[in-house]
Ligand binder design. Structure first.
Ligand code: ADP
Ligand code: MG
Ligand code: MG
Length: 245
């Protein structure tokens, strides 16, 4: 099932067409890689999907409905969750408060904090995470904070999870843990968009890949049907081919 569909997206900045007629289709239960050299338009495409940038032309559909996001809150309400390298959570709140922000459990006398923390713990445990929800967010590593941000996406029942180069500051075991959580998200039917510079990660984790170059889509393939060598030689461009060499 198609969850999000971007068609013919064009976004121009003074002097540069960052995106020039790009299509992107995200399906439920699929991890979709987005690759391309620096400046290819990956972040701009993500920002179009997450409501950061207004699009100049083209269409965005989420959940089968045409959308025109006027900001990130708008996109979030439509079911799109984003996890950036720099985590966008509240460092002065606890883990549980972050997971449940805006979804706190209400009792007769206002927010029921023990029920709220219990719900946060459940959300974390569903992703295989054992984290004390009463600890402050800032006491955890960036890697753990990203996992907490993903747990928050499950509480918001987001249909799309966007990860923009999430592994840049993670070590190998943190990457493994992130991938395990992303796979669980995929297996619950979330459509995952994963921006990465690493082909290893594409072939390890992703079901499908879209490649951008100079603001255009060069191709879109199931990774199982596209051998790595072919991807490098036909689509990725010189910069990434050099990284692979
Ligand atoms: P990528 O994420 O693939 O490296 P970007 O989407 O960041 O590429 O950038 C695509 C092009 O758009 C680049 O030429 C970049 O310089 C330009 N660009 C991106 N964001 C802006 C902006 N806010 N203002 C002006 N130019 C931008
Ligand atoms: Mg860039
Ligand atoms: Mg980028």
């Amino acid at each position: 099932t198609v969850v999000a569909e971007l068609r013919d997206i064009t976004i121009a900045f003074p002097g540069v067409k960052a995106l020039d007629g790009v299509d992107l289709v995200l399906r439920a239960g699929e991890i979709h890689a987005l690759m391309g050299e620096n400046g290819a338009g990956k972040s701009t495409l993500i920002k179009a999907l997450t409501g950061v940038y207004a699009i100049d032309s083209g269409t965005v559909e989420v959940g089968g409905r045409p959308r025109r996001f006027s900001g990130t809150a708008d996109a979030q309400a439509a079911g799109i969750a984003t996890v950036y390298q720099e985590v966008n959570l509240c460092t002065n709140l606890s883990v549980g408060e972050n997971v449940m922000l805006g979804r706190e459990v209400r009792g007769r006398l206002g927010i029921d904090w023990s029920a709220t923390h219990r719900a946060a713990r459940t959300a974390l445990e569903l992703l295989g995470l054992q984290i004390d929800t009463r600890t402050s967010l800032s006491s955890h590593s960036i890697a753990v904070q990203q996992l907490i941000a993903i747990a928050r996406a499950t509480v918001l029942e987001s249909a799309v999870l966007v990860l923009d180069e999430p592994t840049s500051s993670l070590d190998r075991s943190e990457v493994e843990q992130l991938f395990a959580v992303v796979r669980r998200m995929r297996d619950t039917g979330v459509a995952v968009l994963f921006v990465t510079h690493f082909l290893d990660q594409v072939y390890e984790l992703c079901d499908r890949i879209t490649v951008l170059r100079n603001g255009r889509r060069v191709g879109e393939f199931p990774t199982a049907e596209l051998p790595r060598r072919e991807l490098v030689s036909t689509m990725l461009g010189r910069e990434l081919a050099r990284l692979e060499a």
